[in-house]
Design a protein around this ligand. Structure first.
Ligand code: IVH
Length: 669
């Protein structure tokens, strides 16, 4: 190839690659396949190798590969990078608006709303349209030179279209998507490296790598949200206009940015995103409102490193740090030893958290959580708060490793950790902790449904020695109950009535209530249908059990082991003596009201849990599916339904709201 021709092709390829880069990384809408893109890249690499005289730093081949540095250089910010004032409540937002409004003498003014990205603020400087410098915010006046690292982020343009200001500084936030963060931590866990506590730390850690080749491997992205020093070019009159201009130059901007007319719209924007933010692929910790007009911004000015013309209205925090004072152990129904965090009480988004989940021993080890550590606690929605991980930099050296006890903390029996299982277990079947959990399970709504026997009464009954296992529930008498704390004659009678009622529950509920490991309500249903009585179930071998559809070796062995235990045989005997249903009533499924109808339940119901609803459907002869298909007759739709509703709409499946569903159960329809 002629030199001149080569130069021409190189220019052409760079333009093409930059164009497709922009489509892929900025606009999220590629026009060519990855393979085609790779072909273009390869061709360019080949030509640049052959004609090194044409190599330029802004070539798309030059994003990765710069050598590591000893330390970062310093970049002075010609215009300081400010931070934002914060509002934590509606009142604080109002106060801000009122102050601004007063200073300007205008009741309302345009605002630009943006998400407050949880990442790292950076500045990118372009000289004659070429990317020359990238820097962190640092202390706002001087940051670190991370030019090479930022270059590895594909959504950062390396050259800008003709006609841009000769010196052009843009500012934005580098961040990691939730997915990218998860993947990064998974890889680190596999490699035995400490985990990042949140996407923000991960982004900061990734950008501030002395070796840009490491940065290049991290799935970083950037949203540009403003400009810094601009020389020799157009001037703008509003922030919104600036954002539009930045977009036109190929920068990546958050698509959720909005131009608002007044305070009311600002509040709506906040409320909307407060609810929706969790569905976005990235973390944001609030929204930012900026006065749109630059002349107004100038009149407002800055105070103490914060512009008066902008405010960050934060979402309630979901994370906080506190001290892990100890690790407690609770023993579950199946004997699992569940470690939980005992924390120095801390306010996480308005809720005081003292306890948090730690999952299991392996998880504690993997995250390297030690007693005495300062830890990050996270709370999201309704779920139990959890310990995310330790703040390693705050260690004093006095922290202690957690050791799983070898004896059950409740009954003192030996603890085992079966091969391949994450949980340690107490080996004592009659461990009071296990029985307590079992009693609660036995009496719960999806099981024997004994109203009145909950957490408190279960504990009281066990403490008073009135029951030693679930079979003893049926030996309770009025006088004995009345002796208990806060138990009058009336409540005692109610409990006894509920116990009496429970004897009529169908066999499937009884099997479920026994709390056999791996036997949930659905399996119990199948077993009851197949074997027809407790005795036949108790006598069956693992082989016989495995002949039943959906029963595998784990469930089969667990059932056999259960009925082999003497204490369990005693319970069955007591239930029989009490005349609890022990055989499948000759149910004629065809005559049941919901016979032959298939239901799928989605979303949260007010009156019962999903499991309870499904149990009711089955009792009335209906079938319960886990996903909507052509066979589905009804989709029961609770609050916050998921994708099942979309599917039902696609298929035209009949939908029932909770009220309609309950009516149907009661035979009203
Ligand atoms: S504007 C004067 N816009 O918040 C304006 N900042 O507390 C200063 N941030 O260091 C920045 N999202 O890291 C702005 N849409 C957004 C932002 C944002 C996140 C961060 C940024 C900055 C900090 C200020």
């Amino acid at each position: 190839m002629e030199k001149k021709e080569a130069k021409k092709r190189i220019d052409e390829l760079r333009k093409l690659i930059n164009y497709h880069n922009h489509r892929y990384y900025v606009l999220d809408s590629p026009e060519i396949s990855d393979a085609e893109y790779d072909e273009l890249m390869k061709e360019l690499q080949r030509l640049e190798e052959e004609y090194p005289q044409f190599l330029t730093p802004d070539s798309p081949t030059q994003r990765v590969g710069a050598a590591p540095v000893e330390a970062f250089g310093v970049v002075e910010h010609q215009i300081p990078m400010l931070s934002l004032g914060k509002a934590f409540s509606h009142e604080e937002l109002l106060a801000w608006h009122k102050r601004v409004s007063g200073l300007l003498g205008e009741p309302e003014f345009d605002l630009v709303a943006e998400h407050k990205m949880d990442g790292l603020a950076v500045a990118l400087i372009y000289q004659e349209g070429k990317y020359v410098t990238g820097a962190t915010r640092g202390d706002g006046f001087r940051g670190e030179d991370i030019t090479q690292n930022l270059k590895t982020i594909k959504s950062v343009p390396l050259s800008l279209p003709r006609g841009v200001p000769s010196r052009f500084e843009v500012r934005g936030e580098v961040f990691l998507s939730k997915k990218g963060f998860k993947k990064l931590n998974e890889d680190r866990a596999k490699a035995g490296q400490p985990l990042f506590a949140n996407p923000r730390n991960a982004a900061a850690g990734s950008v501030r790598q002395l070796d840009p080749r490491i940065t290049a491997q991290r799935p970083l992205d950037i949203y540009i949200y403003g400009v810094g020093l601009v020389e020799g070019g157009n001037t703008f009159t509003t922030h919104w206009e600036t954002l539009e201009y930045l977009k036109s130059l190929g920068f990546k901007l958050n698509p959720q940015n909005e131009l608002l007319k007044n305070l009311q719209q600002a509040e709506d924007y906040y409320q909307h995103w407060l609810e929706e933010i969790e569905h976005l692929p990235y973390e944001a910790d609030g929204v930012v409102f900026k006065v749109n007009q630059y002349d107004l911004q100038e009149r407002l000015g800055n105070v103490g490193g914060e512009p008066r013309w902008a405010i960050a209205y934060k979402f309630p925090a979901t994370q906080a740090t506190t001290v892990l004072e100890d690790i407690g152990i609770s023993v579950g129904r199946t004997g699992t030893l569940n470690p939980f965090a005992i924390l120095k009480p801390v306010n996480v988004g308005g809720v005081i958290v003292k306890r948090a989940a730690l999952h299991n021993e392996d998880d504690i080890r993997r995250k390297d959580i030690r007693i005495g550590d300062t830890v990050i606690v996270q709370r999201a929605g309704e779920v139990i708060p959890e310990v995310v991980g330790p703040v390693v930099s705050l260690r004093t050296g006095k922290e202690k490793d957690f050791v799983m006890p070898t004896k059950c903390p409740v009954c003192g029996s030996e603890v085992i950790k079966p091969e391949g299982e994450a949980m340690s277990r107490c080996t004592n079947m009659s461990c009071p902790a296990q029985i307590f959990e079992l009693v609660k399970h036995f009496a719960s709504r999806g099981a024997m449904d004994i109203e009145g026997i909950g957490e408190k009464l279960a504990e009281a009954l066990l403490k008073a020695g009135l029951i030693k296992d679930v079979g003893d529930i049926y030996t309770l008498e009025e006088e004995k109950l009345i002796g208990l704390e806060r138990m009058g004659k009336k409540s005692a009678d109610n409990v006894l009535k509920a116990i009496e009622e429970s004897k009529k529950r169908p066999l499937s509920r009884v099997i479920f209530a026994l709390g056999i490991r791996h036997v949930g309500s659905e399996t119990a249903e199948i077993l009851a249908k197949h074997f027809g009585s407790i005795d036949r179930l108790a006598q069956s071998t693992a082989e016989e059990l495995m002949e039943v559809p959906t029963i595998g070796p784990t469930i089969a062995e667990s059932i056999v082991a259960f009925f082999r235990q003497k204490p369990n045989q005693d319970v069955i005997k007591k239930l029989k003596e009490a005349k609890v249903t022990m055989r499948e009533e000759a149910a004629r499924p065809r005559e049941l009201p919901l016979a032959g109808k298939e239901f799928v339940v989605t979303g949260k119901l007010d009156s019962c849990t999903r499991t309870e609803a499904e149990a009711r459907i089955r009792e009335l002869g209906g079938l319960v599916g886990s996903s909507v298909s052509k066979k589905t007759d009804f989709l029961v739709v609770g609050a916050d339904p998921g994708s099942k509703l979309d599917r039902a709409r696609e298929l035209g499946t009949a939908q029932l709201d909770e009220k309609q569903f309950l009516d149907m159960l009661e035979g009203k329809k």
